[in-house]
Design a binder for this molecule. Structure first.
Ligand code: ATP
Ligand code: MG
Length: 416
C-alpha cells in the first residue's frame, strides 16, 4: 500500500490549510456583501452536464475529465469546474423565479493534468455566478467584486486584470471564418491538438499552450475587426463601468477562455509571481448556457478563483487566535487545573492542557502551541482561590482570582 496521496493531490494541513481557508473565508465575506448566497452541489454529476456545456474540443473534456461508470452503469464525472453544476442545480431547484440569482460556491475540482507548481489534479475553487442580468454594468460589478476579494487578500497589486470580448454569436461566426482562413495554410505546422481545433473550434487555437502554436497565433487576426456594433457597444459599457469603479485593466485581444460557453466579456486576473501558472481568477459571460442546458433563456456571468494559486500568493496570514495553557504545578493540582481548563473552554477560550509532565514539560508544549498565557495552579494558589498568570511573551506574572479569570483573559488576550 502506498502512503503517498495520488499524484497531483495533496494532504492539506497547518499553514497551507490556513492559507486556503483564509482565501475561502475572505471571498465568502466579500461576496455576501454583494448579495451572493452559497450553494454546494455534488462533486460528481452525470458526465453529460459537462460534455454538453464545456465543449468537446476543450482541454477539459478532451483530456482532463475524470469520468467513470458507477456500479449501476451511470456515466459520471468528477466535476472539473463549478459553473455547469451550479446552472444545472439552479434549473433543477427552480431558483430562476427570483432574479437576479446570485450564487457562490467553494470546493474541490478535478482535472487530469500534468502536476506542476500551481497545477494539481484535485484543486479548489471559489466561484460566483450572477444569473438573469443582461446589462453590461453587472459585468463590471462582478469583476469589481473579484478585485475587492484580491484586494482584501492583499494580492491585488501583484495582479493585472486582462479583459476581452468574445462578442455575440454573429461576430464570433465571422471571426471564426477569418481564423480558418488564416490558420489553414499553417495546418501542418500546428500541434495535433490545434489541427483538430482548426476543424471544430478554431477560436480555441488562440488559447493553445504549445509554443510553436503561439508563434503562429501571434500574427493571427484579432477579434477587434470582426465585432459587430452591438458587441462593441456592450464591451464599451463594461469598460466604462470598470473605469467608473476605478478598476484598472488591460484589454488583451488574445484572451479567449478555455470553455465553449463564454460570449461577450472574458477576463482573467494574472500574476507574474507564480511562474507559468499565472491566472489566479478567471471568468466571463455565458448568455445561452442555461438555455443550452434545458432551462429558461437567462443571461449569466461569473468567475472562479484558484484557491491554491492565491494561497501561494498570500504574503501575510491572518492573525491566529493564540491559546492559553493551564499548568498544574505538581500532580496534586492536576484535577483542579483540568476543572479550570474545562470551565474556560466552556466560555469559548482556547486552552492547551497537558495530562502529564512536570511544569517545564507542560510549558514546552504550550510554547509549541504558541500559547499567549500560562495559568499556573499550585497548592498555594488553590488555597487562596487564585491562579498565577504568566505572560509567556514577557515573563511577567500577576495573580488573578479564579472567579475573575475568564473575564480577565477575554479582556487581555489578543483575538479571543
Ligand atoms: P489554466 O489556463 O491555468 O489551465 P484554466 O483556464 O483551465 O486555467 P479555469 O477553468 O478558468 O482555468 O479555472 C479558474 C481558475 O482555477 C484558474 O484561473 C486557476 O487559478 C484555477 N485552476 C484551474 N485549473 C487548475 C489546476 N489544475 N490546479 C490548480 N488550479 C487550477
Ligand atoms: Mg486548464
Amino acid at each position: 500500500m502506498s502512503l503517498q496521496p495520488v499524484r497531483g493531490t495533496h494532504d492539506l494541513y497547518s499553514d497551507t490549510l490556513l492559507r486556503h481557508e483564509h482565501v475561502i473565508h475572505t471571498s465568502q465575506k466579500v461576496a455576501s456583501c454583494y448579495g451572493y448566497q452559497s450553494i454546494a452541489t455534488p462533486i460528481f454529476e452525470y458526465s453529460s452536464v459537462f460534455l454538453k456545456t464545456i465543449g468537446d474540443t476543450s482541454d477539459i473534456v478532451g483530456k482532463e475529465m475524470y469520468t467513470f461508470l458507477d456500479r449501476g452503469g451511470e456515466e459520471l464525472a468528477l466535476r472539473p469546474e463549478g459553473t455547469a453544476s451550479v446552472i444545472r442545480a439552479a434549473i433543477s431547484l427552480g431558483l430562476t423565479q427570483n432574479l437576479p440569482l446570485k450564487l457562490m460556491y467553494s470546493g474541490p475540482m478535478f482535472r487530469y493534468e500534468r502536476p506542476q507548481k500551481g497545477r494539481t489534479r484535485q484543486f479548489h475553487q471559489v466561484g460566483a455566478e450572477c444569473i438573469g442580468v443582461a446589462e453590461p454594468l453587472i459585468d463590471a460589478e462582478v469583476i469589481a467584486m473579484a478585485a475587492q476579494i484580491l484586494d482584501r487578500l492583499g494580492v491585488l497589486p501583484y495582479t493585472v486584470l486582462n479583459i476581452n470580448t468574445l462578442g455575440d454569436a454573429e461576430s464570433r461566426a465571422s471571426y471564426r471564418q477569418a481564423l480558418v482562413e488564416y490558420f489553414s495554410p499553417y495546418k501542418d505546422e500546428l500541434s495535433p491538438d490545434s489541427q483538430m481545433r482548426l476543424e471544430r473550434n478554431p477560436l480555441r487555437i488562440l488559447d493553445s499552450k504549445n509554443v510553436n502554436d503561439q508563434i503562429i497565433v501571434a500574427k493571427a487576426p484579432t477579434f477587434e475587426d470582426f465585432r459587430n456594433q452591438e458587441s462593441k457597444d456592450f464591451f464599451g459599457k463594461v469598460l466604462e463601468g470598470l473605469t467608473n469603479l476605478k478598476i484598472s485593466y488591460v484589454v488583451n485581444p488574445r484572451l479567449v477562455r478555455g470553455l465553449d460557453y463564454y460570449n461577450h466579456t472574458a477576463f482573467e486576473f494574472v500574476t507574474d509571481h507564480l511562474g507559468a501558472q499565472g491566472t489566479v481568477l478567471a471568468g466571463g459571460r455565458y448568455n445561452g448556457l442555461m438555455k443550452l442546458m434545458g432551462g429558461p433563456d437567462l443571461p449569466g456571468i461569473g468567475w472562479a478563483l484558484g484557491v491554491e494559486r492565491l494561497a501561494m500568493l498570500l504574503t501575510e496570514l491572518p492573525n491566529q487566535t493564540r491559546p492559553i495553557t493551564v499548568v498544574s504545578v505538581g500532580d496534586e493540582t492536576r484535577d483542579a487545573a483540568f476543572a479550570i481548563a474545562v470551565q474556560l473552554r466552556n466560555q469559548g477560550i482556547p486552552i492547551e492542557f497537558s495530562f502529564t509532565g512536570n511544569v517545564a514539560k507542560q510549558l514546552k508544549r504550550a510554547d509549541k502551541a504558541n500559547a499567549q498565557y500560562a495559568v499556573l495552579l499550585g497548592t498555594d494558589e488553590i488555597s487562596q482561590n487564585m491562579v498565577t498568570l504568566r505572560n509567556l511573551d514577557t515573563g511577567e506574572q500577576t495573580t488573578v482570582a479564579i472567579s475573575a479569570l475568564s473575564d480577565y483573559l477575554v479582556a487581555t488576550s489578543t483575538k479571543l
